[in-house]
Design a binder for this molecule. Structure first.
Ligand code: GDP
Length: 632
């Protein structure tokens, strides 16, 4: 199944030609019929003599609606550029051609239509020459030109044959096993519910598949699939596809959303792109310009960060980082168009180089520009290296996805990177066979840098908090900006290698101890004396802090010399051990005891006993039953 898209100036006969080819009137909406204009994307299809089905995306030519065209024209196999023989090349003929160029539509056919209106062969010759000249250096430079009349049917058979030859030479659509359907229409059918349509790419969809609607992340299930009004069990990439989804309402989906398998794609608000400013553009492209981005079927406002230069002249190429107002779903290699919002003008476009750049770049950084160069033109190995460099630690599956490479292309490069030791794993060892999709991998150097960084973080934590035994795991995780899965595997590896010790929820460098200065030692000695003289009515937390300072007090607790049992009550460690042992023996003898009985036994005050017993309840030594407690 193939998809072609029409292009050409308004009223040049696109819809009429589509109807002549397919027998279908693509003017779908009532309003369109009333105004006799195709204002939304219309779809029709026909079957070539060789049996291949061809879907036609008929895009409108009216100036106001050029942006509508952009939603449909991505993902087509060929363009059908329609030029009316009586008028010849018009402004939108050129603008559409420029868009086909920017989207790198791989060629197509030019239909010189309405030839029934022309009696003078010299006029036809002249118009043909003008068209040829316009096509020079465009994606349609080599396209066959066919003279037709939709009204009389003249030349239609030649047009069909030209389309057959053109489409037969197209390679099959790539299948990365990660389907995505940029939604260009959403509607509901009574008795079926929500239906979305679009041109499917990068993988197949099956009835029953769980799907996700991005960027919102809604989940649903494929209830039914249609390709050209035929029910199918599997929709293959490259075809016009209608998906009946259960579990999602029509008003929850919008044109520009992308239907995928859950987890396959991450929406993004920042893109690195290669950009070509059209020679016809009315102004240079400046840093910080606000533009409209057209990508897949999505249309979002974006701010241009111009990299490596302050301004691009018409006709020039450059690198942009786009900051988007709303998230989109895309991958490396996707083509896009940029327009000026008002007055509307197609400025240029190009391809997505990195859909998930790590950060906002310094605009004139050499390293950034080099990285973009090699992402744009590099070998699979270079591309994987770049993705790894910006991702840090990433699952093997996400690495391949992020590279935009087909599995087969990525495979050889990955095996080579593993064999050379450049690509290492946190949770697998050995050759490619031991790596699975969810295996976490990283560049050997990046990994070493991350380890060094983690060590530095913990070191500096020790320096800043000499009275604490270590850095809380959560704090280290957020410092390293890792997600839980990556962090757990990463830290697990470092703990097993002895790079760090773990003390409860704290991460510590081996050999770290809490150390006190001579002056602090003196204060501590004095404090400890006070504990020794009254083990069962020791100084309170506040008193201790006043005596040695808050930090040192914390050090005494962290290092285990003092045991704090409540916000107020603290015991010397050896007293605490002795009291707990004695208490346990007491419980064993009496089975159950009230707080008052415990207080009488130790001959201390209620305040200490309650704090201690509650602490023992919490730590699971005792359990409370009404007024009594017993051993757990
Ligand atoms: P679109 O805006 O490019 O889709 O143009 P339409 O298909 O709506 O055609 C615009 C006008 O041209 C309509 O009035 C058509 O009837 C007329 N038209 C289209 N094709 C032909 C043709 O081959 N011969 C003649 N004489 N008129 C045509």
């Amino acid at each position: 199944m193939r998809v072609i898209g029409t292009a050409g100036h308004v009223d040049h006969g696109k819809s009429t030609l589509v109807e002549a080819l397919t027998g279908m009137n693509p003017d779908r909406l009532k309003e369109e019929r009333e105004r006799q204009m195709t204002i939304d994307l219309g779809f029709a299809w026909f079957t070539l003599p060789d049996g291949e089905q061809v879907g036609i995306v008929d895009v409108p030519g009216h100036r106001d609606f050029i942006e509508n065209m952009l939603a449909g024209v991505g993902g087509i196999d060929a363009a059908l550029l329609v030029v009316a023989a009586d008028e010849g090349v018009m402004p939108q003929t050129r603008e559409h051609l420029a868009i086909l160029d920017l989207l790198k539509i791989p060629g197509g056919i030019v239909a010189l239509t309405k030839i029934d209106l022309i009696d003078d062969p010299a006029w036809l010759e002249m118009v043909e020459e003008e068209v040829r000249e316009t096509l020079t250096n465009s994606v349609l430079a080599e396209a066959p030109l066919v003279r037709v009349s939709a009204r009389t049917g003249q030349g239609l058979a030649d047009l069909v044959e030209a389309l057959r030859v053109c489409l037969a030479s197209r390679p099959p659509r790539r299948n990365l096993g990660r389907p995505r359907l940029p939604v260009d229409r959403v509607f509901s059918i009574a008795g079926f519910g929500t239906v979305v349509t679009g041109t499917l790419s990068d993988g197949a969809l099956r009835v029953g598949d769980e799907v996700e609607i991005l960027p919102g992340g809604l989940r649903g299930r494929v209830r039914g699939l249609q390709a050209h009004k035929q029910k199918v069990e599997i929709a293959q990439p490259g075809g016009r596809t209608a998906v009946n989804i259960s579990g999602v309402n029509v008003n929850q989906i919008r044109r520009g959303d992308v239907l995928t398998h859950p987890g396959d794609y991450q929406p993004t608000r920042r893109l690195d792109v290669q950009f070509h400013l059209l020679p016809e553009a009315s102004q240079p492209m400046k840093h910080n310009t606000e533009v409209k981005l057209f990508l897949g079927a999505a249309e979002v406002l974006a701010r241009v960060r111009l990299l490596g230069t302050d301004s691009l002249d018409p006709g020039q190429d450059g690198w942009l980082q786009l900051e988007l107002r709303a998230p989109v779903v895309t991958m490396r290699g996707d083509r896009y168009i940029i327009r000026r919002p008002s007055p509307g003008e197609t400025l240029g476009g190009g391809s997505v180089i990195d859909p998930h750049p790590r950060s906002r770049y310094k605009r004139f950084s050499k390293a950034v520009l080099q990285r973009l160069e090699s992402l744009a033109s590099g070998s699979p190995t270079d591309i994987l290296r770049q993705v790894l460099a910006s991702a840090g630690i990433i699952s093997l599956r996400d690495l391949i996805a992020g590279s935009g490479l087909a599995d087969s292309e990525a495979e050889g490069a990955i095996a080579a990177l593993i064999a050379s030791g450049e690509l290492v794993s946190l949770d697998a060892e050995g050759d490619r066979a031991s790596f699975k999709g969810n295996t976490l991998v990283g560049n050997e150097r990046t990994l070493q840098q991350l380890i060094a960084r983690a060590v530095r973080e913990v070191e500096s934590y020790h320096t800043n908090h000499p009275m604490r035994r270590g850095m809380p795991r959560e704090e280290l995780k957020s410092r390293l900006k890792m997600n839980s899965r990556v962090f757990n595997v990463f830290i697990g590896k470092l703990l097993s290698q002895g790079v760090f010790n773990e003390v409860g929820p704290l991460i510590q460098l081996p050999g770290f101890e809490i150390r006190f200065s001579d002056h602090e030692q003196k204060l501590i000695q004095q404090l400890l004396e006070r504990f020794k003289t009254a083990p069962l009515t020791p100084p309170t937390v506040k008193e201790c802090q006043a005596a040695v300072g808050v930090e040192v007090y914390e050090g005494l607790v962290q290092s285990g010399q003092l045991i704090q049992v409540s916000s107020e009550v603290v015991f010397l460690a050896e007293d605490y051990q002795r009291i707990v042992a004695e208490l346990k023996a007491l419980f064993e003898k009496h089975n159950k005891l009230t707080a008052a009985q415990v207080r009488d036994h130790f001959n201390t005050s209620r305040r200490y006993v309650l704090a201690l017993l509650e602490h023992l309840d919490e730590t699971g030594v005792t359990v409370r039953e009404g007024d009594y407690r017993r051993l757990r």
